[in-house]
Unconditional design. Structure first.
Length: 264
């Protein structure tokens, strides 16, 4: 794995690369990319660092090696969990998810195959989901004697659908999930990365400062009421107006040309 920037150069369970302002983070813990505590730590480190250098990446893609996006948490770690050690372990888990959700740049989930439990939460932590035709999603925690994932599920499907998934632990096809509007595009598995890169390129072409402020704005107002949320958004319009990038963007529209953004 080779990566530019200040981030750690070697990861045991992730492959990371950056090219043309697009970072690709690939889960790589065979055979089904079940996430261990050490892998959660790596996910946190990568996404906490991504986007800090505006000359490197404007958008990220989260995908996985093999035919399974992520089959969930490593079940062996549940066997050794106790009420005492579980507190610290659960903190590490949620900090990995928050690192994706709070990443400085937008994140696209390219879901190849099953996204179960932790896999569902990883996808739900992202901004956009592209999925292969054979993708499926589930919250099977109840089947293995643990709980969690409901709030993530509610970002993707309606409350009653999430509850059905939560209580039964049964998987739902990407075709059903797509009915609720959370899936941007469904593709043949062999086209998944190409299609995800197409969407990433659309985002990466925008003003780096606007991309980062837009993500802060969206995250900040997601659970606000209408008036509070819109007022929160407006402050970023004011802040962005102080950057040359915003002037270049509006000039490009007026002059009917592509903008040229200079980052430092």
């Amino acid at each position: 794995m080779v990566m530019k920037g200040e981030m750690k150069m070697n990861y045991q369970f992730l492959n990371v690369s950056i090219e043309n302002k697009i970072a690709i983070i690939t889960l790589n813990r065979g055979p089904v990319n079940a996430v261990s505590q050490e892998m959660y730590k790596e996910i946190k480190e990568v996404f906490t660092s991504l986007g800090k250098n505006k000359n490197e990446a404007n958008v990220a893609i989260l995908t996985a090696e093999g035919k399974v996006f992520c089959a969930g948490n490593d079940l062996h770690e549940f066997v050794s969990m106790t009420p005492e050690n579980g507190v610290d372990r659960m903190m590490e888990v949620r900090e990995a998810f928050w690192a994706i959700y709070d990443c400085d740049i937008p994140v696209i989930a390219a879901v190849n195959g099953a996204a179960l439990g932790t896999g569902f939460a990883l996808a739900a932590s992202c901004d956009v989901i592209i999925a292969s035709e054979n993708a499926k999603f589930a919250l099977p925690e109840i089947n293995v004697g643990v709980l969690g994932g409901a709030k993530f599920g509610a970002r993707i499907v309606p409350e009653m659908v999430m509850r059905r998934m939560y209580f039964t632990g049964e998987a739902v096809s990407v075709q059903e999930i797509s009915k609720y509007g959370a899936i941007t595009e469904i593709t043949p598995q062999e086209d998944l990365l190409r299609v995800s890169l197409k969407w990433a390129q659309k985002i990466a072409s925008k003003s780096p400062n606007a991309i980062r402020m837009a993500r802060k704005s969206l995250n900040g107002c997601e659970y606000m009421d209408l008036k509070s949320g819109y007022e929160f958004e407006q402050q970023f319009t004011c802040e962005l107006s102080g950057f040359e990038e915003s002037k270049e963007a509006v000039r490009a529209v007026i002059e009917k040309r592509k903008p040229v953004f200079k980052t430092i």
